[in-house]
Design a binder for this molecule. Structure first.
Ligand code: AMP
Length: 173
């Protein structure tokens, strides 16, 4: 992956906070950092959990935030009221496609099944050459250690090509 100027980043993360306060603190730090670098934050548009934390922090530091949320989920996930740009889409598939179209890179904070789905779909599109956009895992408190080990296992067992393993960037903090 060549050096590039990053103007927009998609952040995938939990609709929950997790048990350890370090997760929310890191989401806040990421939102602040994106604002300071004038990188547009594109995320799922919710005010819940780490999703809300990263958006709130970015906005509080004067950053730009675009939320993308399916109409059917807008109520359930409690869409963020403070966004200038909240895009309502028809489906989860459209949400991921719209988010990907707006950004240069993907960043995954700790999260649940939804975060994994979003992260690995983005990773798969890059692996297939449909886009050239890396995925950085913010490995807070070693949350993704087992997943990173499993990715190595996938390479060792011949299901992931070694050249594709570096598409997951390990951001241990
Ligand atoms: P989670 O990581 O499960 O807390 O979910 C974080 C985000 O992923 C939320 O915005 C969810 O709407 C989204 N999400 C949850 N389940 C799915 C799914 N099956 N496919 C795509 N996105 C999902």
């Amino acid at each position: 992956m060549n050096q590039r100027t990053i103007t927009a980043a998609a952040v995938f993360c939990g609709a929950n906070n997790g048990h350890d306060s370090a997760y929310r603190e890191s989401a806040t730090a990421l939102g602040t950092s994106l604002a300071q670098r004038d990188i547009l934050l594109v995320y799922g548009g919710s005010s819940c959990g780490l999703m809300g934390a990263v958006a709130d922090a970015c906005l509080a530091s004067g950053g730009r935030v675009t939320g993308v949320i399916p109409t059917a989920l807008a109520k359930h996930e409690i869409s963020h009221e403070g966004l200038d740009d909240l895009k309502l889409v028809e489906s989860m598939h459209e949400r991921k496609a719209v988010m990907a179209s707006l950004v240069d890179v993907f960043i995954a904070l700790p999260g649940g099944f939804g975060t994994l789905d979003e992260s690995f779909e983005a990773l798969t599109w890059t692996q297939l050459g449909l886009q050239q956009k890396p995925l950085g895992l913010l490995n807070i408190n070693g949350y993704y250690d087992d997943l990173l080990s499993f990715a190595n296992h996938q390479v060792n067992e011949g299901f992931v090509k070694p050249i594709h393993r570096p598409l997951i960037l390990d951001g241990s903090v």
